[in-house]
Design a binder for this molecule. Structure first.
Ligand SMILES: Cc1cc2nc3c(=O)[nH]c(=O)nc-3n(C[C@H](O)[C@H](O)[C@H](O)COP(=O)(O)OP(=O)(O)OC[C@H]3O[C@@H](n4cnc5c(N)ncnc54)[C@H](O)[C@@H]3O)c2cc1C
Length: 356
């Protein structure tokens, strides 16, 4: 079925909770319905959304918003031995965390660290979502799309998806919007493969294992890891159904080693000689600095500006604090943060969240 509505309220379709409307909204249930849509006749521009959890609507949308409800999870092959990958095909409209919950229940490893990331399966393959040391590209086998220009179906093997940090070929400005993800095939495994190297995840999982089973490692399951991940995320991040946000608002900047040395010298004279600026040295000699640290150093953590605010437990997140914030208030706060980080560190922050 294809459902078309006009002047559709999008408030509940974007996790920021921006009170905006779409001139035309088209929702389809199946691949057959998608093919039946007359793309040439849709009001322009056309935007395909998932759960709206990486979007900031800056105004009413003048064109057509598309949404997929293709919802299936199907095991394609079990593999002859437990070491073989289990290929699972998942519709683009499935809520990503519902898929994680399903996989954990099935005893399948691979997506447990990605538990509780908002959004849908189609967008996960566009965004290359990541958390706790895992990116979805690590478990994607192939991505199936409908090419709206050539009007044909295309399969992208994972090696053809151009995956990088929260990036993919589907975000390339030259093709953006052309390929609609219909379903994604994931390669999971029944062979226990916990990925616990990130931060204090291992300690948290061991503590949970101790509480639930007296520390018996044989009882380590994807469900247990998922439980720990969800608990950690709930402690740190705003719950979209309670406080609107789009998660991390800014990308972490990458700067030269000389520039980083200047920042560190200034930080040591401000906080003392033992102070360490958090950072990651990249293989090409550049340095990635957490934007959250810079924002906090500029005094933004927990600060409000009209209906918008910087989340007090994670300054990388801008929230719709009152639930009534206008896009202008979010953008105003974004601009003020960018300006103060630039003034203090000579670093230009760029938004991770897509502005539409
Ligand atoms: C509280 C919170 C925490 C978050 N934590 C994380 C995190 O830990 N890690 C992380 O990586 N992200 C995180 N995010 C960001 C967000 O959840 C992801 O970017 C997610 O993949 C967005 O999915 P969505 O379905 O909401 O997509 P949307 O925001 O609706 O769309 C995102 C992009 O995908 C495109 N798109 C959507 N569906 C399709 C489709 N079927 N075909 C083609 N293109 C499509 C859209 O056009 C858009 O460009 C968080 C967000 C929130 C609100």
């Amino acid at each position: 079925m294809i459902k078309t509505t006009y002047y559709q309220d999008l408030t509940k379709m974007n996790t920021f909770g921006m009170k905006v409307k779409a001139r035309c909204f088209v929702e389809y249930d199946s691949v057959a319905d998608l093919v039946d849509i007359e793309f040439e006749e849709l009001a322009r521009p056309v935007l395909h959304i998932g759960g709206g959890s990486n979007l900031l609507f800056t105004d009413d949308f003048k064109g057509t918003v598309l949404h997929s409800k293709i919802s299936f999870i199907e095991i394609l092959n079990e593999g002859a031995s437990p070491e073989d990958p289990v290929l699972v095909s998942v519709g683009a409209g499935v809520v990503f965390d519902d898929f994680c919950a399903w996989a954990a229940k099935e005893g399948l490893w691979g997506v447990e660290n990605l538990s509780y990331i908002p959004g849908e399966v189609g967008a996960s393959a566009v965004q290359n979502i990541g958390a706790y040391g895992v990116e979805v590209k690590d478990v994607i086998h192939s991505v199936y799309c409908y090419d709206t220009e050539e009007e044909e179906f295309v399969k992208f093997d994972v090696s053809e998806c151009g995956y990088g940090y929260r990036d993919s070929v589907f975000k390339d400005p030259e093709v953006k919007g052309r390929f609609i993800v219909t379903h994604v095939v994931f390669a999971l495994t029944r062979n226990p493969q916990p990925k616990l190297d990130y931060g204090h995840l291992k300690e948290a999982v061991e503590a949970q294992l101790e509480r639930s089973t007296g520390g018996d490692e044989k009882t380590l399951t994807p469900s247990l890891v998922r439980k720990v991940i969800i608990r950690i995320r709930k402690e740190k991040l705003p719950e979209p159904s309670v406080v609107g946000s789009a998660g991390s608002f800014f990308k972490n900047p990458v700067i030269s080693a000389e520039h980083f040395a200047q920042i560190e010298t200034a930080a040591k004279s401000e906080h003392g000689a033992d102070y360490r600026v958090p950072h990651y040295d990249l293989p090409d000699g550049t340095v990635k600095v957490p934007a959250a640290w810079m924002i906090e150093q500029c005094g933004w953590k927990g600060r409000r500006s009209g209906g918008a605010a910087v989340w007090d437990k994670q300054p990388l997140v801008i929230v719709n604090y009152t639930g009534e914030a206008y896009p202008e208030e979010i953008i105003g706060l974004e601009k003020r943060i960018i300006a103060s980080v630039k003034a203090k560190f000579s670093v230009e922050l760029h938004p991770e969240v897509e502005h539409v």
